[in-house]
Design a binder for this molecule. Structure first.
Ligand code: PFF
Length: 464
């Protein structure tokens, strides 16, 4: 390889970019609503356990594979599996990752686009007018989803912003964007948390989140917490592997992995504190939890003083978080084309961006009742209807856990103890007890937990 691989400028650059990938719609949109559906408390505890037992070890493994191989998701397995059991078959894990990145980005960008519409509405005052009549807001939202031109427009704008960042590369594009987006995002969150402490619902929100009631915990909740830990940490599809391939050898992988997981968890919990404090401040019935972000929150925002500013800041926050995630999804696909086809970065980002944009149009127009596209239901459950529902179901419930399982097996059973140890201790120093602990988790605990998700998805699918 003649050309030297790009690198993050330092430890902080990597941490901010990787935390940017992890923190996204998964934290601000999905985690609050699944926590709500699973009755808080005990679910939050199980989620924390899943992050510790499965998330952290697999995060370490993915970054390790990237930094050791200095390649994209497919190239990493080509280099590392050479001469090992399974050989080239492991490349399949990389291909699965690139395909998953392509798929997730195609529909993730559609939802991210909605936040742009909401920022505009918050600023123009339109959101305030609608929010005084919850039915009007619901019908606006339904109409918005059903308007293919608008859906495609915001999808294009968001994809344009994503390509615009990745086009400029690792240092000048991704790292620079992360260094702006992440501090702003954190500052907005802190402002909103401080604000939520002053709301009457704050105490109830804290009790809901932190007082576990184990009677309410079902096997389904445990599996949902486990499954979500992949999506929220961007694991199982080579995003952390790709970002890890730009990491300097003198930086510590274990320290970075723990920091990224901690930041992701902190932000998810902060998002819950904000949303539940506001929701519990009013006697407000949440009818459809998955649309809390777009139909419930605006109504409550405008019951509070300063609703305009709070709502505009909030949707800005969500769009920033989404952008720092979409750039990592595009980077997985682009770096594959750059390394494997020898494409220039500009060509890779524009071509892949255009292909994903075109594919995403199917999701964009399937939401609003485009008859053929929204009636597709290969899986046969209500939540998997339409192109959007099908892709999200396949990616989150199948591709990420299967990818994560294979990454754990490859790192734990195919790479040797010494190969892993050497890479992890480089830039970190002797790991002491932490090394055997990680090795145990990656060899046994993580595969067992992920295997349980996969088996449950299979059984669940049969009973529907
Ligand atoms: N972690 C992101 C979120 O929580 O919204 C989603 C995501 C980004 C998943 C990047 C996978 C990925 F590679």
């Amino acid at each position: 390889m003649a050309k030297q691989r790009a690198q993050w400028s330092g430890h902080l650059g990597f941490i901010l970019a990787a935390a940017g990938s992890a923190i996204g719609l998964g934290n601000l949109w999905k985690f609050p609503y699944i926590t709500f559906e699973n009755n808080g408390g005990a679910f939050v505890l199980v989620y924390l356990a899943a992050i510790t037992v499965v998330g952290v070890p697999i995060m370490v493994a993915e970054v390790l594979l990237g930094r050791k191989s200095q390649r994209n998701a497919v190239g990493a397995f080509r280099v590392l599996a050479q001469g090992k059991p399974g050989g080239r078959a492991w490349l399949g894990v990389g291909f699965l990752g690139v395909m998953t990145g392509f798929i997730i980005l195609s529909y993730y960008c559609v939802i991210a686009g909605w936040t742009l519409r909401y920022i505009l509405m918050a600023v123009s005052g339109e959101l305030g007018d609608l929010a005084y009549h919850p039915e009007a807001l619901e019908s606006f939202f339904g109409g918005f989803l059903g308007n293919p031109l608008e859906q495609i427009l915001y999808h294009c704008v968001f994809m344009g912003a994503t390509v615009g960042v990745v086009f400029f590369g690792v240092g000048k594009g991704i790292e620079r964007a992360a260094k702006i987006l992440m501090p702003v995002l954190f500052a907005i969150l802190v402002v909103l948390v401080v604000y939520s402490i002053s709301t009457p619902g704050f105490r109830q929100a804290m009790a809901f989140l932190f007082r576990p009631n184990f009677h309410e915990l079902t096997t389904g909740s445990v599996l949902e917490a486990l499954g979500h830990s992949f999506f929220t940490l961007s694991l199982g599809m080579g995003a952390m592997l790709t970002y890890g391939s730009y990491m300097r050898k003198r930086d510590s992988i274990p320290r970075a992995a723990v920091t990224i997981c901690a930041l992701d968890t902190l932000i998810a919990i902060m998002a819950c504190v904000i949303m539940f404090s506001i929701i519990f401040s009013f006697d407000f019935e949440v009818t459809k939890s998955s649309s809390i972000l777009f139909t419930t929150l605006p109504v409550v925002f405008f019951k509070l003083p300063g609703g305009h500013v709070i709502s505009a800041l909030f949707y800005l926050l969500v769009s920033f978080a989404a952008l720092s995630s979409t750039i990592s999804l595009l980077e997985v696909v682009s770096s594959y084309a750059i390394d494997e086809f020898g494409w220039a970065r500009r060509r890779a980002t524009l071509t892949m961006g255009a292909a994903i944009l075109a594919f995403g149009v199917l999701s964009a127009i399937s939401l609003g009742g485009h008859a053929a596209l929204s009636n597709i239901n290969l899986i046969g459950r209500p939540s998997t209807a339409g192109v959007f529902g099908t892709l999200d179901y396949l990616a989150s419930n199948w591709f990420l856990p299967v990818g994560g399982l294979l990454i754990a097996l490859f790192t734990g059973w195919i790479l040797t103890r010494d190969e892993c140890r050497q890479e992890l201790e480089e830039g970190h120093g002797p790991m002491g007890w932490a090394y055997p602990a990680w090795r145990f988790l990656i060899k046994f605990a993580a595969p067992a937990a992920v295997g349980a998700i996969i088996v449950s998805v299979i059984l669940g699918a049969e009973y529907q």
